[in-house]
Design a binder for this molecule. Structure first.
Ligand code: NAD
Length: 479
């Protein structure tokens, strides 16, 4: 047990309704100031085996529970999250350096909604009925079994519950492997599910690193669904590990999304949307980090974005005034620095920032805007996952669309234009799972979410989630 921001957090796994310790541990470090938060149990194949067994044993009873009863328990989990919102917010901020004010206002309410929304949706799921030559066909969404969920550190609790909510609502049981760079709120969630009356074994948490705890989970023959949010290289390893067991996969991966700005737009709005990309220090999969701006307004746009970004307050994420915090770890900091250094060596110019924040030191990387990068260079094609925006210009609509679609990713795209016909035309041509027109980040939980190309496999949200987490069955009755 450790104390973080005045909150007690159990550092052990949660398996079969019990706390389980491992002899091995890993060190959890806060990116805010390098403080050691504690030693966390480091699971491996044995803990994975034990948790998949617990989840398999709990599955028949949980799956057989009437959906209204399952949903009632999940709503109690949501209530528990609401009542511990401040604890969750403070621990998450300390653990991964994300802004406390964002957690208070948006993230933690959404975490609770991830349970409430899918509890409601499961109850409302239409079990379709068809008829052919007098035969009646009944289509049902049946629980699939043990679901493995593996998540990243940039929004750990939000991303985990976005998968756990529908998986449990569908009647599946879950083994979660949280990120080793931000493992703490998953442990608090285990406490909350227990207090809400979720039966033992229905939700399990195995802490540990990707290779030691994640890998054995992905190749375990006992899992029937595998939901992964993370990077493309890891996704490749996971797909290969799961392939022999023919496990359905849902992958939400990286992005390199464009902010496509036309000269007929509301320039104030376009500038706001650009500056918003520095949120969470750019550690956002959906971030529209590639600013593509029509030539006639490019100079004014860049000057205004740079001015605004210069005014962003960088510092401790627990301070309500802070806009941009630190990067999550030394390893990630070096990765982001490497991208910018190579871009500068390759001819790009730093209009703003371009290196660490030397006043703050530590893992604080200055908000950066790069212009003049070579077309096709890695800074324009690879995901940086830091506070780094690039600026490019285009002439006409065709060129803008071509540049927007010029990466192997296809997670999201943001389009800024004052012409409704152009909005229709261009949005239809953009290669992305989500296109925002004159807005960013707004989305109903019932809408499909996912990416094209290297950005993922499948869609989740509303019924799309149940399409994935359920075994859909057609039963044909004779007349
Ligand atoms: P990562 O791929 O390094 O790690 C993600 C998770 O996978 C961690 O829990 C890690 O321990 C685990 N893992 C690592 N190796 C594994 C293995 N061999 N087998 C099983 N599990 C393994 O990603 P990250 O650096 O933690 O997260 C950043 C990435 O996540 C970015 O690419 C970002 O775009 C992406 N992301 C995508 C979305 C989305 O919804 N599309 C949301 C957030 C983040």
């Amino acid at each position: 047990m450790i104390e973080v921001e005045g909150v007690r957090v159990d550092t052990r796994h949660w398996i079969g309704g019990e706390r389980v310790a491992s002899a091995a541990t890993f060190t959890d470090i806060s990116p805010i100031d390098g403080a050691v938060l504690g030693e966390i149990s480091a699971g491996g194949a044995a803990e994975v085996e034990r948790s998949v067994t617990a989840a398999s044993e709990a599955f028949p009873a949980w799956a057989a529970l009437p959906v209204a009863e399952r949903s009632a328990i999940l709503r109690r989990v949501a209530d528990g999250i609401d009542s511990r919102r401040e604890d969750l917010a403070r621990v998450e901020t300390r653990d991964n350096g994300s802004l406390l004010r964002s957690h208070r206002r948006g993230v933690m309410p959404r975490v609770a909604m991830n349970f409430r929304f899918f509890a409601d949706h499961a109850e409302a799921l239409e079990h379709e009925s068809l008829e052919i030559r007098g035969h009646r066909e009944r289509i049902t969404y049946d629980p699939a079994g043990v679901t493995a969920i593996i998540t990243p550190w940039n929004a750990p609790l939000m991303l985990a519950t976005w998968r756990i909510g529908p998986a449990l609502a569908a009647g599946n049981t879950v083994v979660l492997k949280p990120p080793e760079w931000a493992p703490l709120t998953a442990s608090l969630l285990a406490d909350i599910t227990h207090e809400a009356g979720l039966p033992a074994g229905v939700f399990n948490v195995v802490q540990g690193t990707g290779p030691d705890a994640g890998a054995p989970l992905t190749r375990h023959p006992g899992i029937r669904r595998l939901s992964f949010t993370g990077s493309v290289p890891t996704a490749g390893l996971i797909a290969a590990a799961a392939a022999p067991n023919i496990v359905p996969l849902s992958f939400e991966l990286g992005g390199k999304s464009p902010l496509l700005v036309f000269d007929d737009c509301d320039l104030d709005l376009a500038v706001d949307l650009a500056v918003e990309q520095f949120d969470n220090a750019g550690q956002v999969c959906l971030g529209a980090f590639r600013m593509l701006v029509q030539e006639s307004i490019a100079e004014e746009f860049l000057a205004r974005v740079t001015e605004r970004a210069r005014g962003l307050v960088q510092g401790d994420p627990r301070d309500e005034a802070t806009d941009v915090s630190a990067l999550v770890s030394r390893q990630h900091f070096e990765r982001v620095s490497g991208f910018v250094e190579r871009a500068l060596a390759d001819g790009a110019k730093a209009v703003l920032g371009g290196g660490p924040n030397t006043e703050l030191g530590g893992l604080y990387y200055a908000p950066t805007i790069l212009a003049g990068a070579r077309q096709g260079s890695e800074i324009l094609t690879e995901e940086v996952f830091g506070p780094v925006l690039t600026m490019q210009t285009f002439g006409d609509e065709d060129e803008g669309v071509r540049m927007a679609n010029s990466t192997r990713f296809g997670l999201a795209a943001t389009l800024v234009t004052g012409d409704p016909e152009r909005a229709e035309r261009v949005s239809a041509r953009l290669n992305a799972g989500t296109v925002w027109v004159n807005c960013f980040f707004v989305r109903d939980l019932g809408a499909p979410f996912g990416g094209n190309g290297r950005s993922g496999i499948g869609r989740e949200g509303g019924t799309y989630s149940f399409d994935f987490y359920c075994d859909i069955k057609n039963t044909v009755f004779s007349p």
